[in-house]
Design a protein around this ligand. Sequence first.
Ligand code: MCN
Length: 744
Amino acid sequence: MIGAAVTRREDARVLLGQTRYLDDLELAGLAHVAFVRSPHARASITAIEAPAAADGLLAVVTAADLDGLVRPFPVPPLDGAELADEPHPVLARDEVRYAGQPVAAVIARTRALAEDAAELVRVDYEPRDAVVNARDSDLALMRWSRRGGDIDGAFAAARHVICGSYSLPRLVAAPIETRGAIAEHDPGRDLLTVWCSAQDPHRPRAQLAHILSRPDDGVRVIVPDVGGAFGSKGVIAPEVAAVAAAAIKLGMPLKWAEDRLENFLAAYQGRGIEGDIELALDAGGRMLGVRAWLWADLGAYLLTTTAIPPHTAAMLMTGCYEIPAAQVELVGARTHKVPTGPYRGAGRPDAAYMLERLVDQAARELGIDRIELRRQNLVRQFPHRTPLGYVYDSGDYERCLDLAVELGGLQAIHDAGNADPGTRIDAATVTGIGVALYVERAGGQWESAEIELDPSGRFVISSSACPHGQGHETTFAQIAADRLGCGLDQVVMRFGDSATVPRGVGTFGSRSVAMAGSAVVIAIEKLVELARPLAAHLLACEPGPVQLTAGAFTSSASADAVSWAELAGAAYQPERLPPGMEVGLRAGASFHSPLVFSSGAHTAVVQIERATGRLRVLRIAAVDDAGTVINPLLAHGQVIGGVVQALGECLVEEAIHDESGQNRSGSFMDYSLLTAAEIPPILTAEVSSPSPLNPLGAKGAGEGGTVGTLPAVANAVADALDGLHLDPPYGEEKLWRALREAGL
Ligand code: MCN
C-alpha cells in the first residue's frame, strides 16, 4: 500500500455534503458573538460604553470584564531569539495597535442581533500615527543573529561579492472556511469544551489552557471538518480565547463564526519580509559565504508562532548549497498591522526567494551559466551540517536540478540557441526562463498514535495529527494496511478530539507523515508483538517462530495460519487467552526525531506582453523530493496546490496597508486569488531520497510547491527583463514600466 496512488477515502463525504464544519454545529441554548473592532491602526482607548439594552442583546464583554480570567497569548522561547514581552492580548484594553483588533465581544441571541448591537457600543479613541514599514520601526518584537564558519575570512578571500535587496509582501491565507469556535463550560466538571476550526486540537488546547490558567485536562478541543487552513489556524484567534472566557464567565455556550471581511482584517497574515543579502564567491564561482540582514514585519504583537517563519527563513539562508560560512541578523519589527504568522511555506519561500535571486545575479555578473553555477555548489554529502546549524538528513539536489531542467524543456531552449534573453524577444513578447532550488525544513519534534483491534476485526487508529485537507484518513490508513497486511476498509482513522486522540504537537510544517505516520508504524509493531503470543496460543505452538506475513500469523511449527479476524475473536474472550494475557489488543507509541529536509528544483518559462506588461507563465516544472512517498496521487495534489499558491503570490496576491495602517486589500474585490482558468501547465516529477531518521523514510510534501515556484518565476521574470530585478507580485503596470526601464 505504501506508494499506491489510492483515491481519497474522505472525498465521498466531502462531495456528498456530509462534512460538518464549525458553523454547521448547533448546541442547545447557543448564543452568538460579534466583535467590536478597532477602526484605527493605533490609538488610545479612553472609554468604552455598552448600550443599556438592544434587541436580543445578552451581554457586552470587554477586557475589564475578563480581569483575572485571561492572560495574553503564550510566546515560547525560540532558539536564542530575543523576544519582546509583547504578547497579543485577548481583548484590547487601554490601546489598540492594529485596525481590526478586537475590543469587545457582543453576545446576543443571533449573530445578526449581535452585529446590530455591536454597532451601538461606543468606544472613544485617541488616534496616533501608525508605523507601517518594518524598516521604519524602531521597536523590535524579535532579534536573532547567528554566524557560523569563518565569515570574515570568506568575505576577505572573495573575488566577487554579489549584493541584492529583496522584499516579499504580506499575504493572506484565505482558506475557504474562515475561523470560528463554539465554547461551552460545564461547571459541574469544570470542563471547557471548545469546537474550533483549527489545524489540530493540541496547540489550541495548550494555548487556551495558558490563556485561561486552566489545567490541560480542564480544556477539551474538538476539531470538526475543516475547510483549509494553510498555516493560518495553528494559533487560535484572540477572538476564540475571548469566546471561551466569556462562555465560562456568562455560563452559556457561545458561537463565533467569522465572516470573510473579519478574516481579511484580523486573521494573521503571512510573509512580509525584506532583506539585504551578500554572497561571496571565489574566481571560479565557488560560494564562500553568505551574509543577510532581514527585517520581518511582525505586526502589532507576538502571537504564539509569530517569530517562527522569519527564524526559519534565517536558518535556511544557505539553501541547498555547500557554503562554509554564513551570518544572519534578523529584526522582527513591530508595526501597527495585524500580526504575521505561518502561511504555507512559513519562511522557506522567503529564504529560497532571496538566495535564488542572488545566485542568478551572481551567475550574470560572473558570466557563468546559472545552472552550472548552481550545480557546482550543490550539497552532495549527507548528513550535511549547514554553518547556521541545520543538519540536512538526505537528498539528491543534482538529480532534482537535472530533472527539472529536462522536464521544463530548458535544454531545448538552450540548444535552439535561445539561452540569451536577447534572442527571445519578438514584436509582441519577451520570454524568460527561471531555475530555482530549495530545501524545506520538515518533521521534527514528536507525535503519537494508538491502535486497537476491535472485536469486529477492524483496526481503530487514533492519531495525534489532524487533517484539514491533506488526506490523512487515506494516507495513514495506507501506512497501517501496509504494515498490518489488511485491507484499507479494515482501518478506521480517528483524529481531532483532544479527549480521545493521544497527545502530540500538530499538523503544520509538512510534518504529519514523517512524524505521526511513523508513530503509527511503531504502534503497529507493538501491536504485532502483543498479538504474537495469542497467535501462538491459537496455533498451539511456541511464540518464538510466529510471524506476521501477508495479514496472517504463521509459524514454522504449524501448518495453520491465524488471521487478524480470528485474533479479534479470541482477544476479547478471557477463556481463549494464554495465561497472563490481558483482554483486548491495543498499543500506543510516540515517535520523535530531529528535523528532516525535503528539497526540490522548479523551473518556469514566462512571457511578458510588451504592449501591456501582462505576465503569462507558460509552464512550471516542479521536481520535489519528499523521501518515501506514501501516496503519489495525494503528494502530487499537494505539489499542485502549493505551486498554485506560489503562482498567486507571483501574479496577483499582495496584502496592502496604507500609510495610516488601514487594510486596503480587505476583500476578494481587492485581494485576488487565481482561478483554475489562470493556471498554466504544471509538470511534476519525483525524486526520492528516503530519510534515515524515521521508519518510513518519509519527508514532507505539504509545502514544497509554494517554496520552489516563487523563486523560479521571479528568476524567469528577471531573465525576461534582461536581469532587472523586481519583487512580486508581477502586476501589469509594474512590468510595463520595467520593460521601458530595461529598454525592451
Ligand atoms: N505525502 C505523502 N508522502 C510523503 C509526504 C506527504 O504521500 N512522504 C502526502 C500525504 O497524502 C499527506 C500529504 O502529502 O497527507 C501532506 O503530508 P505532509 O507533507 O506530512 O504535511 P502535513 O500533513 O503535515 O500537512 C501540512 C501542510 C502544510 S504545513 C500546509 S500550510 C498545508 C498543506 O499541508 N495546508 C493545507 N497542505 C494543505 N492542503 C489542504 N488541502 N489544505 C491546507 O490547509
